[in-house]
Design a protein around this ligand. Structure first.
Ligand code: GLY
Length: 351
């Protein structure tokens, strides 16, 4: 799989204009959701290179990452003259870059696309690395394809308008990148003043975080090996996310990942020797900034069942990425039910 060109913008309008001059295309399409259509699209519409670009709008929210919305994008492309040589710009959060990327990957067997992520979560994770897809029957990202964007443009000005939930949701993935990379980056993330955000410093942390992800994806784009490190926190995190949805209290993805990280670091400690002091420091940060998902031991079996359906498993065995230390990755680990339940006990008790 080819890799995407990553552009850390000095000025989005200038960098995009320049990029569009370099990517040959006959027609240009811009996919937004209802939020980015109103808030971000006007910036692109002023550009000469975007004159005549055809806007496609889908409803905002992960519950709209569906075959219905995908069909509307395909239809808009098809009925407005898109050819194999057309270009799609995905302007939005992870829902737009995932669905738009999949629409582009499949339309006429694949057209080029560019991602412009507008949320922190999309900048550091969803828009980078070539995973595209949609949800199916309540299962997240159940249908999709690996397809790299021709380019990903990171515009730090979007960091100025983050709300608290959007910030912490993205920051959980950054914390994960810190844990799987090195102690200096991990420590920098834990000491960053998240109550008074210095956007220049955040922008540098974002660049570092994306570099962690792209280095891993470059080694293993199709997730046969080391890319599984990016699943740290997600095996239990996805179960928390599903439980929250199922009990009528949906949570942002990154919050579930943060809680999943707390549990999986505990498993890392008990099964792989992750140091107790680093476990405590990380869990304290998570507890302080992410609170907790309240559940009692009657939910343990449900969570365990949800984990058994994770698409990363094979042969019914739950697959974990664990750490023996910060940056010391142990892939393809297993944990028995008792160890997992103990991690839930730890999560509920650590205050
Ligand atoms: N979000 C994890 C990955 O891209 O592999």
């Amino acid at each position: 799989m080819e890799s995407s060109q990553l552009i850390c913008c000095q000025q989005l309008e200038h960098d995009l204009e320049e990029l569009l001059g370099r990517i040959p295309h006959d027609r240009l399409f811009v996919l937004t959701d209802s939020h980015t259509h109103a808030l971000c699209l006007p910036r692109l519409q002023q550009l000469k290179a975007c004159a005549g670009a055809y806007p496609i709008v889908i409803e905002a929210g992960d519950d709209h990452k569906t075959i219905g919305a995908l069909h509307r994008v395909w239809h808009a492309l098809s009925s407005n003259g898109a050819t194999r040589h057309s270009l799609l710009i995905n302007l939005g959060g992870g829902m737009v870059t995932d669905l738009g990327g999949f629409a582009a990957a499949t339309f006429k067997r694949g057209i080029a696309f560019v991602n412009i992520p507008t949320t922190l979560l999309a900048m550091v994770d969803a828009a980078v690395g070539g995973k595209t897809g949609i949800n199916l029957d309540g299962l997240k990202n159940e249908v999709g394809a690996f397809a790299p964007a021709a380019a990903v443009l990171i515009d730090p000005t979007f960091l100025h308008t983050l709300d608290s939930g959007g910030f912490y949701s993205g920051y959980a993935e950054m914390l994960k990148h810190g844990l799987i990379s090195d102690e200096a980056h991990w420590a920098e993330l834990l000491t960053f003043d998240t109550d008074h955000i210095d956007t220049d410093r955040l922008s540098r942390l974002v660049t570092r975080s994306i570099a962690v992800k792209t280095a891993i994806v470059a080694q293993d784009p199709l997730e046969k090996g080391v890319r599984k490190a990016l699943n740290l926190g997600h095996t239990i995190g996805h179960a928390f996310e599903s439980l929250a949805l199922y009990t009528g209290r949906p949570v942002l993805h990154g919050y579930a990942v943060a809680w999943g990280l707390a549990c999986e670091l505990y498993l890392s400690h008990t099964l792989a020797g992750f140091p107790a002091n680093q476990l405590q420091q990380t869990v304290r940060f998570i507890r302080t900034h992410y609170g907790e998902l309240p559940f009692d031991c009657n939910r343990y079996e449900t969570l365990y069942e949800l984990m058994k359906h994770d698409k990363k498993n094979s042969g019914g065995v739950i697959n974990f990425t664990l750490l023996a230390g910060v940056g010391d990755i142990c892939l393809n680990q297993t944990a028995d039910k008792q160890a997992i339940f103990e991690a839930f006990d730890f999560y509920r008790e650590c205050n």
